[in-house]
Write a protein of this length. Structure first.
Length: 269
């Protein structure tokens, strides 16, 4: 059954209002970090409809409308859809990438934010269909290895989402370079996914420049593992939750508990 705005409890509508503010503000980060031009790119965040049960197929997402310039992206401009991409609240058509975002949320319950950009260097690697090799400690820290290439997929349906899930599912990387398209990143919320989008462009640029100087030297896997472990679970104000971000589930079945165990500390972000 299609979700309607009037059917949602007041608590959910209040959370949607808060999320619209967050997503509108985070969209401004994309041009600030020079990750997009014109109206390209998008940020979304999941709204959990039933916090007692956790993420599930009845959740909503907030995303920008299609074809609207960044200086017009106010809180009121943000649109709300369900996890099939159907509009639930808003005056404009959702982003053309909405089906991809929705598919990720439907199949990766720990993901709370998705970002897509056309940042120059990351997109250049996508055009070559070449993974970015893990030759920087920053990459090991943030992505736990190379930045993978996802399959070529046409925009307009959930094909891109399927490619994101099939590429990132069960792995460490929170970024994928969709072939001939560009980067998509995931996070525990939209801010986390925006950070990943900034970082993937930085490492794509740095590795490209390094290659102009000569051959790059990969980091040993054991060292990658140690760097990733420290950055993800020790660095900052005590480390992050160990619940895997890239777990893939069948959305027709109950989602697993994605909250951190009692003996872990909160994400430092």
């Amino acid at each position: 059954m299609t979700t309607t705005w009037d059917d949602l409890p007041r608590r959910v509508r209040d959370e949607v209002a808060r999320t619209r503010e967050v997503v509108a503000r985070l969209h401004a980060e994309l041009p600030r970090w020079e990750l997009v031009v014109w109206t390209a790119g998008n940020v979304s965040q999941r709204v959990v409809v039933d916090p007692d049960r956790g993420p599930g197929p009845d959740d909503l997402l907030v995303i920008k409308p299609s074809g609207v310039t960044y200086d017009e992206l106010t809180t009121e401009a943000m649109v709300v859809t369900d996890l099939t991409g159907a509009l639930v609240h808003g005056d404009r058509s959702p982003s053309s990438d909405t089906a991809a975002h929705a598919y990720v949320y439907a199949h990766m319950p720990a993901v709370g934010g998705v970002v897509h950009t056309h940042s120059t260097y990351a997109t250049a690697w996508a055009a070559r269909r070449e993974p970015v090799p893990c030759v920087l400690t920053m990459m090991a820290d943030e992505f736990g290895g190379p930045i993978p290439i996802g399959p070529f997929a046409l925009i307009g349906d959930d094909s891109i989402g399927q490619g994101i899930v099939s590429t990132l599912g069960g792995g460490r990387s929170r970024a994928v370079l969709m072939a001939n398209h560009g980067p998509f990143t995931i996070g525990r919320d939209a801010k986390d996914a925006v950070k990943a989008a900034v970082m993937v462009e930085e490492v794509a640029r740095t590795v490209h420049i390094a290659r102009q100087l000569g051959d790059t030297v990969p980091i040993d896997q054991a060292q990658i593992d140690a760097l990733y472990e420290r950055y993800q679970y020790v660095y900052g104000q005590g480390g992050g939750a160990r619940t895997p971000l890239t777990t893939v589930t069948d959305p027709t079945r109950p989602a697993p508990d994605t909250t951190a165990p009692d003996d872990t500390v909160k994400d430092p972000s």
